[in-house]
Design a protein around this ligand. Structure first.
Ligand code: ADP
Ligand code: MG
Length: 351
């Protein structure tokens, strides 16, 4: 995408570091009342009054976490913000600010960073967060991007991973497995393209799963929904690594066991059809896929009537005594111990 002959290429050196920061952040506006001072001084100044503050950071490295041959820079900027605000929502909190730090090699022209920042700005608008600072430096090779997200919450609503109790219901938002399959499709198209660059793939039938990979959304709506329904989750985590490993985190930290029901796992029809095409088991994909950025949480049974009619939420299991272990109850009604398989369990050569 950086190779178009007629594409403009302005070298970063021609702007200098301060000119670059000014240029990239010129259009950023402050909208949160908690932001007292944003970009421009030695530090941002924030005021959360009586609220508690939650903070989370992620670092994304080119070649490890993203591949620019199928990840447009605007999408990368968007995704870098999304994966961070998702962690704030997983605390049941509201995201309010982010900082963005980049290390960039001189192979990137200014226009590439403008694309990256267009994605960051769009995500900041959609998720209603102020960009209040960051750092800019050079790298010898490749691009690194680190986002820190800040959020606010009333103390009594903070939801940790360790609050799940025996007999609580396990609930997931949306559907899962799509992001991993979207990556599979993109990887396949990349290798086809490398063999025959004239091959124009028709990706319409994969639009949902590709979007789940390239333009994931965080569940900003879920903490609001739970609050409106008067449900305080007992424990919560976002699904970044895959359902299986997130369930293990909740169980380990809460000192409980879990029964997960295979037939309850919510799957999009495109996930099911693409699994058939790739000869993958859809349950394995849901358990180990990752990057779905849905929220996984537990609620006490008495809250079940409040959530049961909601199309955004699916009860997929229940918590047990720790001594009962963590199991998948299959469609055939057999009980299989759950393992925290990462990608590697499914595909030895992907990350
Ligand atoms: P310092 O020398 O104290 O690190 P900088 O000159 O790096 O300060 O930063 C100046 C201002 O610009 C600060 O408010 C900083 O947070 C902000 N800033 C620097 N880099 C970025 C970036 N990549 N994105 C957003 N804000 C940035
Ligand atoms: Mg700096």
């Amino acid at each position: 995408m950086l190779k178009d002959k007629d594409e403009q290429r302005t070298s970063l050196a021609s702007l200098g570091e301060f000119g670059l920061i000014d240029h990239l952040t010129a259009n950023f506006k402050i909208t949160q009342s908690s932001t007292i001072k944003g970009i421009g001084d030695d530090a941002a100044v924030l005021d959360f009054k009586s609220k508690k503050v939650v903070v989370s950071t992620d670092l994304l490295v080119e070649g490890v976490h993203f591949d620019l041959s199928y990840m447009p820079l605007k999408h990368l900027g968007y995704k870098a913000v999304v994966v961070n605000v998702s962690d704030i929502y997983a605390m049941n909190a509201t995201a309010t600010q982010v900082t963005v730090s980049i290390a960039v090699s001189n192979r990137f022209p200014l226009e590439a960073l403008e694309e990256l920042y267009a994605g960051i700005q769009l995500a900041a608008k959609i998720y209603n967060v102020d960009v209040v600072g960051g750092d800019t430096t050079s790298s010898t090779k490749g691009l690194l991007i680190s986002v820190t997200a800040i959020g606010e919450i009333e103390e009594e609503k903070i939801t940790y991973r360790n609050g799940a109790k025996e007999n609580d219901l396990l609930v997931v938002s949306g559907d899962i497995g799509g992001a991993f399959l979207g990556l599979k499709v993109l990887q396949r198209e990349k290798s086809v393209f490398e063999v025959n660059p004239n091959n124009q793939p028709d990706l319409d039938m994969y639009s949902y799963i590709i979007e789940r990979q390239l333009k994931p959304e965080a569940r900003k709506d879920i903490p609001v929904l739970l609050n409106d329904l008067d449900v305080k989750p007992t424990a919560m985590i976002d699904i970044s690594d895959g359902l299986s490993s997130e369930i293990m985190h909740l169980c380990k930290q809460s000192e409980v066991g879990c029964n997960l029901y295979e037939d309850k796992i919510p799957l999009d029809p495109q996930v099911i059809s693409t699994c058939e095409e790739f000869n993958l088991d859809s349950t394995m994909v849901a358990l180990s896929g990752g990057e779905d950025y849905e929220l996984l949480f537990t609620i006490s049974q008495e809250d079940f009537p409040k959530i049961k009619a909601n199309p955004n939420l699916t009860v997929i299991g229940h918590m047990t005594q720790a001594s009962e272990g963590i199991h998948l109850i299959t469609r055939a009604n057999t009980k299989i111990p759950l393992k925290a398989q990462g990608w590697n369990a499914m595909d030895a050569d992907s990350e």
